[in-house]
Design a protein around this ligand. Structure first.
Ligand SMILES: CC(C)(COP(=O)(O)OP(=O)(O)OC[C@H]1O[C@@H](n2cnc3c(N)ncnc32)[C@H](O)[C@@H]1OP(=O)(O)O)[C@@H](O)C(=O)NCCC(=O)NCCS
Length: 240
């Protein structure tokens, strides 16, 4: 689906976000012990405590690595700050921001992969979803897609429907995450383009929204949305 992506492993200690660019970092949530140690080491006491509350070791590990990667990456964009010293604040709907709002970001995870987007615009949202076979896809389409999206989805043949579904789903999630209100915005209340391989899909939500879809890796769909034009996407693999 959509544009082919080349992910470049990036170890640079300092990174600059170019004008008009959104940087997308891919995080492998199946890390080795060294990665877990280095990500765990930058978490605050609150975050360590949250990690400790996960029932399953797998969920604990994913949280530690995703939050630790976020801190390490923010410190690369903000070279005068250390990963551990960064402080987050949360909107009423739980969207995390930096306390001093130096750089907008958004995080998404699905299965064993995470994505972290950095941009120039606070209204930034990213989503990754693992493409799974779903016997009840038609029922989900009915529940969450608007009438116009349902009609568009039904026009696809059986074999194209999963791609159209996941293109629409990731775009809708990225939109509500960019707005920051998450699922408190009824997903049926706006329309996104379901065309799997369109580079700049549209959305009917009020305001200016710039959406790009991409393939995070085989078997996954991804979308990013910003209230500023996205002139370029840069794709990096998180490595320490
Ligand atoms: C935001 C939301 C759509 C995320 O859906 P999801 O597909 O399960 O999760 P994703 O993996 O894509 O994203 C999760 C990440 O998004 C970020 N996030 C959380 N809330 C967010 C929001 N409202 N807007 C944007 N990003 C948000 C977080 O970084 C979170 O990761 P973390 O918990 O590891 O830090 C969903 O959780 C939601 O709607 N939350 C709002 C809940 C709400 O409104 N509660 C009512 C409070 S009054």
């Amino acid at each position: 689906m959509t544009q082919p992506v080349v992910w470049e492993p990036n170890r640079a200690k300092s990174v600059t976000l170019r004008e008009g660019c959104v940087d997308i970092w891919r995080v492998d949530l199946r890390p080795d012990q060294r990665m877990i140690g280095q990500c765990g080491a930058v978490l605050t006491a609150d975050e360590q405590e949250r990690a400790g509350r996960f029932h399953f070791e797998r969920d604990r590990r994913r949280y530690i690595v995703c939050r630790g990667a976020l801190r390490h990456l923010l410190a690369r964009y903000l070279p005068n700050q250390s990963a551990k010293s960064l402080r987050f604040t949360y909107s009423k709907w739980n969207k995390p921001f930096l306390v001093n709002d130096e750089i907008p970001f958004n995080v998404s995870h699905s299965d064993e992969w995470g994505l972290i987007a950095f941009g120039h615009e606070a209204l930034l949202g990213v989503d990754i979803e693992k493409i799974k076979p779903m016997r009840d896809m038609a029922a989900i389409v009915k529940d969450v897609f608007s009438d116009e999206e349902q009609a568009a989805w039904e026009r696809y043949g059986e074999n194209r429907r999963p791609d159209a579904f996941f293109a629409g789903w990731t775009r809708k999630e990225a939109v509500v995450k960019a707005v920051g209100q998450g699922l408190s915005i009824p997903l049926k209340s706006f329309v996104v383009d379901l065309t799997p391989d369109v580079e700049r899909p549209s959305t009917s939500l009020d305001g200016e929204w710039y959406t790009r879809s991409f393939r995070p890796l085989h078997g996954f769909a991804g979308a990013v949305v910003s209230a500023r034009p996205i002139e370029q996407l840069a794709f990096h693999d998180f490595v320490l």
